[in-house]
Each structure stands twice: as structure tokens, then as C-alpha cells.
Design a protein around this ligand. Sequence first.
Ligand SMILES: [Zn+2]
Length: 296
Amino acid sequence: MSDFANDFLHRFELERAGVRGVFVRLNESWQHVRERADYPSALADLLGRTLAASALFTGNIKFEGALSIQIKHAGPVNLLFAECSSDGRVRGLARWQGEIADALRLPDAQPAPLLAITIDNRASGQRYQGLVPVEDTRLAVLFERYFERSEQLPTRVLLACGGGRCAGLMLQRLPGRAPEDDDADAWNRVGHLLASASENELLEVAPETLLYRLFHEEGVRLHAARPLSFGCSCSRERVAAMLHSIGRAEAEAALRDDGHVEVTCEFCNTQYRFDRVDLEQVFRSGQDLPAAPTQH
Ligand SMILES: [Zn+2]
């Protein structure tokens, strides 16, 4: 079996109900993310669900770049970050301090944390960011509020993590559809059907089987699967730009006894080494950068 069978994104429509949906499942790609650190189980669970959500949300938008979800300073969780690119590469990490309780409750943190969803459209150079207060322990509920508030799109989200996999299933009312076009309670009906799915079904059952099991009376139209895989966008150029941004003094202070600065990507463990000559180049090329625009 190829990875494709287990790391996929499926778009679908429920034609009778006027609803579109996305279903994702991550297996090997999630293992890659998970094994980067010795995550406490409650944090791994949260990271897996966030990673599944980041892939889920790329399903219904046309863009070239990456969509990321980030939570900072949420009690013992310093950072939770998950990203999926438009070509289906996922990466993610979490940083924490101290003990993580099995019943991890982000909303209890003071000050109240925010969840940020960022769409970086590399083709157009545009960046869009939406913020949601973390006021519920259920991530899926936060995402539903985000779509309802920022996009005015009625949305239902289910997320699951367990047994070495994570998964997500999302329904959205088709935009631009007038309420009178729908049979009055189609949206409520499909919402109830979605809620009847168990986390195990999301993690284990083949997508065709699951969607027909849940929505067989709603006219399921399933699009071809897109593969998802682990992938990192780090590069030597980006690390050089980071060294440049911290400044010559700090970069030189990081030189080790063997005369190298070593930078390890936290997402993929790739090591980048710069010696004195490389650093010279980093800062010399910096002199060619255009001057900052003057303020008026
Ligand atoms: Zn990397």
C-alpha cells in the first residue's frame, strides 16, 4: 500500500443538501511530525487535530502557498503550530514547559490565548490572518466559530486523533446559496448525520464507505483524492536570512569551537552549517539589500 492510501484529502459534495465537504486523514505524515519530540499525550492529541485541521481548510480555497494554524502562550503550551501547503505538504510542532495534564484545557490560560489562522498566498504575495479567542476546549468548535464569524459560512468540523493517525471531516453550506433554495432543514439534518460519526470511523474507515454510510440519502459526490505528505519549506537561503536578521554580533557569538554555526530545523531536523566565510557572505550580501523605505 502506498502512503497515498492513508494520507489523503478528499473533497465532496452533498448535492441534495447544497453542502460541500472535505475529508482528510494523516498517517505517515503525522508520524513524522509526532516523532520530532517526546510530546506528552494530551499535547500530541492537540497537535494531531490541529494538523488535520490545517489540511482540511486547504480543501475549499484556491491559493498557492501555505495555510497555518497557530496558538501561542496557552498556559504550559508555549506554541502550537501546524501548516499545510497548497501542494499537500504538512508540518507542525509544539513547544511546552513543565507538566502537561491529561485534561489539558487551553481556555484556562491567562491572558486568554488566541488562535490564528494564516493564509500565505505566495503567488500573489498576500497574507491574510484571522484570529479566534480560545474560549472552548474543543478545537472543532473554535474552527466552526472562525468560519461563521470571519467567512459567514455555516460550518461543521469533526477532528480525531489516535492510533497513530489523525483525521478531519468538515461540512460547509455552499456559499451564495439563498436559504429558500434549500429544503428548510437540510443543513440541520446533515449536521446531525455528521455528529453521529465516531472518532474511530474518521480514523479507520475508507472514505467512500464512511461518506456513504453517513450521507447516503444526500447525494454524495466524491472527488478524486489528493495525496498529503510530510514536507518542510526550510532552506539554506531562509536560514541565511534568519542569521542576517539576528545581526552579525549574535551570529558570530553562535560560532562554536569548531568554527561553525549550526542551525537545526525544528520541523524536519535538517542541519545547516555556516562557517566564518559563509557568515561573511551572509553579511556582505546584506549590504546589497535595498535601504528601508523612509517614513513620512
Ligand atoms: Zn525544515
